[in-house]
Design a protein around this ligand. Structure first.
Ligand SMILES: NC(=O)c1ccc[n+]([C@@H]2O[C@H](COP(=O)([O-])OP(=O)(O)OC[C@H]3O[C@@H](n4cnc5c(N)ncnc54)[C@H](OP(=O)(O)O)[C@@H]3O)[C@@H](O)[C@H]2O)c1
Length: 251
């Protein structure tokens, strides 16, 4: 695939590293996030490939603004061939001090941010009968983990959503991928105060993601050893699952 890539959450972390990979291999990138200054830095960091990165600042929680940005991207740079809906945020949500506002915020960004991106881009891909939609979820969506009921629920919703739309959209020649990273070192995980097994450098994670998307895999997940363990955990009966979770994921 050589066409235009639109990526949300491109100002930092995984999205930024992925944007750099595409641009450095010669693909044009429309880069969105709220941080306009960081998007300008991204263009500078790309060096000679900087002319291929086009910043389109955006708050993905604003549905109308998202539609308007996608229209402007395509008017200026042609059809989007790969949309990577990556913008996301995290905040612990301890159950004993339950705070509904955390759920509001995480669902607005992680779920409705993706829904807004889909609303803007999908009709275009379906009409053209071409393109690839990638939704960035997380292994946190595989199964519930302590203090992550809000974040995990948003990511479980995205995995379910992606599973649902894949067979529907393949009839319209639109590919769907769901990206489920393990722990990747980014500003998001820098806030975590617990040990993160198999923590991956962001450049390595971004390369694994681009490789998986190049292959049009439905699920793109990394690092494989960690994510395979988590998948196996999910197959256990609940008694065994909670026994392991209590011993490994609780302070
Ligand atoms: N790091 C990990 O270990 C890990 C693991 C599994 C899944 N993930 C997922 O991977 C994705 C990227 O995470 P990351 O680790 O790279 O985190 P990050 O460095 O914090 O990046 C998050 C990106 O999302 C953007 N963003 C947040 N709210 C936004 C909004 N309302 N509108 C537009 N953009 C918004 C941020 O830019 P602005 O603040 O400039 O808007 C930033 O570019 C997220 O969906 C995350 O859940 C990460």
């Amino acid at each position: 695939m050589t066409g235009l890539v639109w990526i949300t959450g491109a100002s930092t972390g995984i999205g930024r590293a992925v944007a750099l990979i595409y641009a450095r291999r010669g693909q044009p990138v429309a880069a969105s996030a709220r941080g306009a200054d960081q998007l300008a830095d991204l263009v500078a960091e790309a060096g000679s490939a900087g002319h291929l990165i086009h910043p389109f600042p955006l708050d993905v929680t604003d549905r109308a603004a998202t539609a308007e940005v996608v229209a402007r991207i395509e008017a200026a740079h042609g059809p989007i061939t790969l949309a990577i809906l990556n913008a996301g945020t995290h905040q612990p949500s301890p159950a004993a001090t339950f705070d509904a506002a955390i759920y509001d915020r995480l669902f607005q960004v992680n779920v409705f941010g993706v829904v807004n991106g889909m609303a803007a881009v999908l009709p275009r891909l379906v009409e053209r009968r071409a393109g690839h939609l990638a939704i960035v979820s997380s292994v946190a969506g595989y199964g519930g983990l302590p203090s992550a009921s809000a974040y995990g629920a948003t990511k479980a919703a995205l995995i379910n959503l992606a599973e649902a739309i894949k067979p529907e959209l393949e009839r319209h020649s639109v590919d769907v991928s769901v990206v489920n990273p393990g722990f990747v070192k980014t500003p998001l995980t820098d806030l975590n105060d617990f040990p993160m097994p198999f923590l991956m450098p962001v450049d390595k994670a971004a390369a694994a993601m681009v490789r998986g998307l190049d292959q049009r895999r439905f699920e793109v997940t990394f690092p494989r050893r960690f994510t395979t363990i988590l998948k196996f955990l999910r197959l256990l009966p609940y008694g065994a699952y909670f026994w392991i979770v209590r011993r490994t994921a609780m302070k």
